[in-house]
Design a protein around this ligand. Structure first.
Ligand code: FUB
Length: 645
């Protein structure tokens, strides 16, 4: 099964590369699994304006932010009793009992009309699922949901002429009680199981989702409360699993854009209750292509549910270092709006438009704790004439973190006049970094601006200084030595690398040896963040000039026993010379580029105890870096030693 990680930013909709309607969320082993129905554009020959679903995927997450698509678990051609081209794989459910996962789904049967409900069984929440050969007898309808009571009894709810409920047998695939024979409107007869749920309001109902909390049974369901209305999410409570029910009211009102359906599930995850539901975010013109969303949900002390408002922001913390799609806003000022980046490719997402000075967008729960003192922010935006904006903390009047002082017209600012109306990616310095979690607000301070995303970044950490208490380290996983003691760079007057002849280099490196010995210069012990040691950045921070330097370095290697037949393999930009225990072992001469294992020494022995490896490196106009490791006869990295301070 193909698994695809969908890296998230904790926003709605939660699945961003396909439609995912009717999201049933279940928590198995501390992980949330979402079993949605999979809306697709209708193929030719199918009703273009109706639901169209050919298979089911399952998605999972352990933080409600990063979702993994585990791929297709059941598709219509596999269902032994189903019509292979019905495209009717409507809202499903999945529950676990005694280590087995039972997946319930509606589908059009091969013979007869309407819908039946089938079961597929697996040993894992992501499948593979084995399909039962027949649908559940006595169940004619859609939107199955199973409630597992504390004593292990399972109840099935479904919709078909109202909402019905029934006890399931222990095998989870049959109704426990006798079926009744009833006369169909066409005059025939059929066997029907379960009973109509009592106490629910008049009006169209479907999509039952039942759960238990603090001794209360909840039956929640999409409900059309007004004539010509669209679906709300409503609920009733009872003291027993099959009612009678006491209707309580609305959990979520009708979608403002008249998306006709809504369909949901309610779960507790890590101590917080959530409602999963859908909206037609990626298909505003056609409400049969829907996308799953999440909001937090709260209960009153008497067990009733507080009404929930749908949001773009959704739930979860967004790391400041991820792309923050501010169009998934927490709040938007009057006049501000969102639009698709590319209306022909809705899955590319949205941007937010701040049309006038004073307009703003806010985005809550951003975790800034990953940022260091020299972090910066990257903004992807489209400027107009005289655009100017501020990135603030907490509110539209809050502390300024960064500013875009754009003066398009006079060509003096961040943009040139000819970049007006184009999408640009700008890196901006930060004047303040919030602590912990905070709200991000972008305010328009000039003419209109469109913002696609923001992303905070740390300057790459090239080196970490090593203090006297630092423990010994190992070479990295490829055997490269990343800890070096470096002498402050010694500026050289080198106009061209043409001077790097062997004799010139030998003289220069002899001079370097003297310098190392006389001990008058400053030394720094550093661990490199990468296998290639970027001397250029070392010179930038600790030297006087970045190009044209002589560098000297040393590292001390401790071996538990003699390691014979090793070779030093090094690469450098530019030329370098290497000594092991004061013996010259390698010269990388001429005008070099840094290449891994560019030169190798003759066979050497690393002695038991301490060994000193030294180098001197010179560069002219150009970057300077090096890498070094020991390899065996077959070129395999030697790693059984430590590097001490
Ligand atoms: O997704 C198809 C149908 O739309 C579901 O089964 C209903 O609950 C409604 O959401």
């Amino acid at each position: 099964m193909l698994c695809l990680a969908i890296t998230g930013q904790a926003q709605n909709p939660i699945i961003r590369d396909q439609f995912a309607a009717d999201p049933t969320a279940r928590v198995f082993n501390n992980r949330v699994y979402v079993y949605p129905s999979h809306d697709i554009p209708a193929p030719e020959g199918q009703r273009q304006d109706w639901f169209c679903m050919a298979d089911y995927h399952v998605f999972s997450s352990d933080n409600l932010t990063d979702w993994t698509d585990h791929g297709v678990i059941v598709s219509q051609e596999q269902v032994p009793w189903g019509k292979a081209d019905a495209y009717s794989m409507w809202a499903p459910d999945c529950v676990e009992k005694n280590g087995r996962y039972y997946f319930y789904f509606p589908n059009a049967p091969r013979s007869g009309r309407g819908f039946a409900i089938g079961v597929a069984v697996s040993d894992a929440p992501t499948g593979p699922f084995r399909l039962e050969t027949e649908p559940i007898r006595g169940v004619s309808g859609i939107d199955p949901c199973v409630l597992l009571d504390d004593d292990g009894t399972a109840y099935l709810y479904w919709s078909g002429m109202g909402i019905r409920g029934a006890r399931l047998k222990d095998n989870m695939t049959e109704l426990a009680d006798e079926l009744q024979t009833v006369t169909t409107p066409q005059g025939g007869s059929m066997q029907v199981g379960g009973r109509q749920m009592e106490g629910l309001p008049e009006g169209f109902k479907e999509g039952p989702f039942a759960f238990k909390r603090d001794g209360w049974y909840y039956l929640t369901f999409p409900w059309v409360r007004q004539e010509n209305g669209t679906e709300t999410l409503a609920y009733a409570m009872a003291r027993s699993p099959l009612g009678p029910w006491d209707f309580k009211g609305i959990i979520m009102a009708e979608h403002a854009n008249r998306c006709w359906t809504n369909h949901h599930s309610i779960v507790e995850f890590k101590g917080q209750w959530y409602i999963f539901y859908h909206h037609n975010d990626y298909s505003p013109q056609m409400d049969k292509r829907r996308s799953a969303r999440i909001e937090r949900i709260s209960f009153n002390p008497d067990g009733t549910i507080q009404e929930v408002k749908p949001t773009h922001r959704g739930v979860g913390i967004t790391a400041a270092a991820s792309r923050i799609e501010v169009d998934r806003y927490s709040a938007l000022s009057e006049g501000a709006s969102i639009a698709f980046v590319d209306s022909l490719q809705p899955f590319r997402g949205w941007y937010v438009s701040l049309p006038v000075k004073g307009a703003w967008v806010s985005y809550g729960d951003v975790d800034f704790s990953c940022l260091g003192a020299d972090a910066y922010v990257v903004a992807h935006l489209r400027a107009n004439a005289n655009t100017q904006l501020s990135i603030r903390e907490a509110s539209a009047k809050g502390r300024i973190m960064a500013e875009v002082p754009i003066i398009v017209e006079s060509q003096q600012g961040t943009f040139r006049r000819d970049q007006r109306g184009q999408w640009l990616t700008l890196a901006l310095p930060l004047s303040a970094v919030p602590k912990g979690c905070s709200t991000l607000v972008v305010t328009c301070e000039g003419d209109a601006v469109d913002i696609d995303w923001l992303q905070f970044k740390n300057k790459p950490l090239y080196f970490t200084p090593v203090d006297a208490k630092a423990p010994a380290v190992k070479p990295d996983e490829r055997g490269f030595i990343r800890r070096w003691k470096l002498m402050e760079p010694l500026p050289q007057d080198i106009r061209s690398n043409i001077v790097f002849t062997d004799s010139w280099l030998r003289d220069k490196f002899a001079e370097a040896q003297q310098l190392q010995r006389n001990g008058k210069r400053k030394w720094y012990i550093l661990d490199s963040g990468d296998y290639n040691f970027r001397l250029f950045h070392f010179a930038e921070k600790w030297g006087k000039q970045t190009y044209g330097n002589l560098f000297c370095g040393t590292t001390v290697i401790e071996c538990a026993e003699d390691i014979e037949g090793v070779r030093l393999a090094a690469g450098s930009n530019g030329a370098s010379m290497w000594w092991l225990n004061d013996e010259e072992v390698l010269l990388l001469s001429g005008d070099r580029r840094m290449v891994e294992d560019d030169g190798v020494s003759p066979r050497l022995t690393l002695h038991k105890g301490r060994n000193t490896l030294r180098f001197a490196l010179v560069n002219g106009p150009g970057l300077s870096d090096f890498c070094a490791r020991f390899i065996d006869e077959r070129g395999i990295a030697i790693k059984n030693y430590t590097i001490v301070r």
